[in-house]
Design a protein around this ligand. Sequence first.
Ligand SMILES: Nc1ncnc2c1ncn2[C@@H]1O[C@H](COP(=O)(O)OP(=O)(O)OP(=O)(O)O)[C@@H](O)[C@H]1O
Ligand SMILES: Nc1ccn([C@@H]2O[C@H](COP(=O)(O)O)[C@@H](O)[C@H]2O)c(=O)n1
Length: 641
Amino acid sequence: METLDLAPMIRAAGTVRLPGSKSISNRVLLLAALADGQTRVHDLLQSDDTERMLDALRTLGVPWQHDVAADCFVVDGVAGRFPVADADLFLGNAGTAFRPLTAALALSGGNYRLSGVPRMHERPIGDLVDALSQLGAAVTYTGNPGYPPLTIGKGTIRAGGTVSVRGDVSSQFLTALLMAAPLTGVAVHIEVVGELISKPYIEITLNLMARFGVQVEREGWQRFTVPGGACYRSPGDIHVEGDASSASYFLAAGAMGGGPVRVEGVGRNSIQGDVRFAEALEQLGVQITMGEHWIEASAPASGRLKAFDMDLNHIPDAAMTLAVMAVRCDGPCHLRNIASWRVKETDRIAAMATELRKIGVEVEEFDDSLRVTPPQTLRHAAIDTYDDHRMAMCFSLVTLAGTGVTINDPACVNKTFPGYFDAYRSIASPVPVVAIDGPSASGKGTVAARVAESLGYHYLDSGSLYRLVALATIRGGVTDDAAIAAVAETLPAEFVGGKILLSGADVTDAIRSEECAAMASKVAAIPAVRDALLERQRAYRQAPGLVAEGRDMGSVIFPDASSKFFLTASVEARAQRRYKQLMEKGLPANIDSLSQELSERDARDAARSVAPLKKLPDAVLVETSDMTVDEAVRFVAERIA
Ligand SMILES: Nc1ncnc2c1ncn2[C@@H]1O[C@H](COP(=O)(O)OP(=O)(O)OP(=O)(O)O)[C@@H](O)[C@H]1O
Ligand SMILES: Nc1ccn([C@@H]2O[C@H](COP(=O)(O)O)[C@@H](O)[C@H]2O)c(=O)n1
């Protein structure tokens, strides 16, 4: 499985042009296909879900083409009659393609078989099929009753009457029914059973149907009438708005990372309900400004995101973004009325709770709500994404809350936002790292500590971790690689006020012995030991920045470090320095054996198979044989990017 490591971010600011809305794109494609006349669709979302719809339309004989020069999709409408009356359609996990096509095909008098990925076959469709049956459609379940896959036959459409459909599971059932109703040629009265959820999505449907010439009458949100004889007519050109749900990640980034972050493509005039995410952000104290076609978010003036308790039924998709923002709020947050999350790409309530817990968040999960209590500190985790684009996009925001994350299967964002992570990285700046690598006694530690102090950055002496593993190994009499890796995994080390503790005992001087150094370079050659210490080292990357020294800081631990240096000196100079250092501490030393030990250790560090000591092409060489400490510090400080 592919994974993506995201570093902790220190700020977010900039502008992002949003891809087209998925909800609008797939509705427009179907309406353009059913309409009389040619429609030129501009700014269409190009993603997995729209590809499923385009593939299905081609299979059904609807002529369309991508006019690359004009940057639009041209659909030749079939005036309500699909040319291909017998077909198999595979619709992946695209609910916005599966539900409306089921309804349109059920009322179009052909024989069709519709299927999707395994998760699509777990997403309920029974309420829509029941409603279609009331109209006389012939839809049968090929697998489990109430779920795809489906077989659609030629039904006998009944004239007049009222169809009832449940509105409290997925608003897509009502959308599908509304969009397909004109194919019957007769007036269709639809009554919604139960409280209609996600009403803004129905507004999108009604708005787009009107753009294609069909006006639906509605009484509140319970009763809808599609007039008899209504036919779709192409509006000619139609523009797809930017995706308001996708906007939520960038607005959240502006709120969490200082901002301002501006999204272009949605704004005050949007027909998408998820623009109301901006109002939710205002309740957290976020500063929002809006134009006709843009929205901008900056951190609260107070610097603190306010805890919230909100009914989020009207913005179910964007609400997921709030669940991750909650980890940075100033108290427990409650996301209410989100039961529809359970029947989306995955059970999003369960998935969100599981993954938030992995990064150290306390989460209470209820049938239709989630309570999130922000922790003092977050920890790195590998986030499972459940083939759900929104899980992947949401969890990228954790990087603005103080920790890096690994996103498993990042390509799942292709469902709605191919290129999401590039867009995210274009507005989010990683916590800066100065990586200083080099051989023993070259002066890395001395220089790194001084540079860190002058910048006000954190400091990582990575060699001390290997020395601690070595000491614990020597003391415990551990010899085999797996057991040494287990020591590294659970290393009971603490760094307190300049002292280094192992299981609570002060080992600051003990780990500096040459015996420990030699053993350190042996345990450091064990790949499992290096793996065990990887995240522990990365956790030092915290605002405002880090200076890290060792052998693989620039190559493995922080390959994206903003500045990389390779500090070295002749063996003679280094042996002299170490000799002086030991003498000052009152420890016995012999210059010849020190020189030999340093050479052997460097040779072992340079020859090992994993993370060997070497100068990287992008590291600045600092030859310190003839430099004083002050000169070496100045040399490095002047070259920090
Ligand atoms: N440019 C320099 N000129 C003279 N002495 C130096 C210079 N840089 C460092 N030293 C001295 O050399 C000694 C070893 O330096 P330091 O411990 O920083 O090296 P290191 O590369 O971190 O070593 P190790 O890898 O073994 O931890 C220290 O006493 C330090 O003061
Ligand atoms: N990033 C690192 C740092 C250290 N090592 C190994 O630990 C030994 C001791 O390191 P010092 O910097 O404290 O001298 C060193 O010889 C290396 O073998 C490492 O592998 N990677």
